[in-house]
Design a protein around this ligand. Structure first.
Ligand SMILES: [Cu+2]
Length: 302
């Protein structure tokens, strides 16, 4: 199978330096070159290939013979500037005009549809008036996996970081608060953020201890851990178009992690609708059963 060459590997040292600088000029930004990369190819996660590796060709064999690793969704507070930059640039690239579909706007649109039309509410992605949220966790797990694959086609080193609103609640992750970025993304936020009323560690532990999947899912969605964070960030995040704000992905990565943590505590406890296939095509293709194991989707949380 052909390995994709990461754009960074082909950059000259001076260009690499620019890329790693705080705000690189547009011409060295990573652009999509492999929009049609297949999911099986995405499973081959390239190890970090740095300038240091270039100096040690005798160690390159490790890249070819070491066992496959899962990509890691990291806590946003541990992200280095270059990792933030890869994530933000990939999102911005996906939102640029002329991008092959599914574009960033396509991802946003299905979330708007899921929350604002009768047909969309029937997909079970959210508990809304008259509609159950039976697929809240599984639908969003598929949704994140699909946009992560799309971002990885732009830069294979990108994973979605998670924002742990239980532990880190004093402020919105600083890397996503640059007013110039917020203007460029076309989003709004509430006037000030105060996370004091977000879910506590005690609430989280109580939630994790319960062994009924439906109770866990419904409570998690409605709880201060999920809904309230959308409201406290405010603006775009409090609307059906919340995925326009890159914070959405970090928030839902944490919700996904919370489900993964719960799954480890309650092995063998699954949603009852394992055969249900998510909607809508073409973005959503898997069934509930397909998304139970994050490793089968290629990633783990750290
Ligand atoms: Cu949602």
């Amino acid at each position: 199978m052909k390995r994709e060459t990461h754009p960074e590997w082909t950059l000259k040292p001076a260009e690499l330096e620019l890329l790693h600088a705080a705000k690189p000029p547009r011409e060295v930004e990573i652009k999509t070159k492999a929009a049609n990369i297949s999911e099986s190819e995405l499973r081959i996660v390239p190890t970090e290939f740095t300038a240091a590796h270039l100096m040690r060709p005798h160690l390159w064999w490790r890249h070819f013979f070491c066992k496959r690793r899962y990509r890691v969704r990291k806590n946003q507070k541990n992200l280095t500037p270059i990792k933030w930059q890869r994530f933000i640039h990939a999102i911005e690239a996906l939102a640029e005009s002329g991008m092959p579909s599914p574009t960033y706007q396509d991802f946003v649109q299905i979330h708007v549809t899921a929350m604002s039309t009768a047909a969309g509410m029937g997909w079970g992605a959210h508990k809304m008036s008259g509609h159950n949220g039976r697929n809240f966790l599984s639908w969003h797990r598929e949704y994140l996996a699909k946009i992560e694959a799309r971002l990885m086609a732009i830069n294979p080193l990108v994973t979605i970081p998670y924002w742990d609103g239980v532990t880190d609640r004093t402020a919105i992750p600083a890397a996503l608060t640059d007013p110039a970025d917020i203007a460029a993304w076309g989003i709004t936020r509430g006037p000030s953020f105060n996370g004091n009323s977000l879910g506590s560690a005690t609430q989280l532990n109580t939630l994790l201890a319960g062994s009924d999947f439906d109770v866990f899912q419904d409570t998690l969605e409605a709880s201060p851990l999920h809904n309230r964070l959308h409201g406290l960030v405010g603006g775009t995040m409090a609307s059906s178009a919340s995925p326009v704000d890159p914070l959405f992905w970090l928030h839902h990565a944490f919700i996904g992690k919370t489900w993964a943590d719960w799954q480890m505590l309650h092995p063998g406890v699954y949603p009852s609708n394992l055969a249900e296939v998510f909607l809508p095509l073409p973005i959503m293709t898997r069934s509930v059963a397909n998304v139970l194991n994050t490793k089968a989707l290629g990633y783990v949380y750290a």
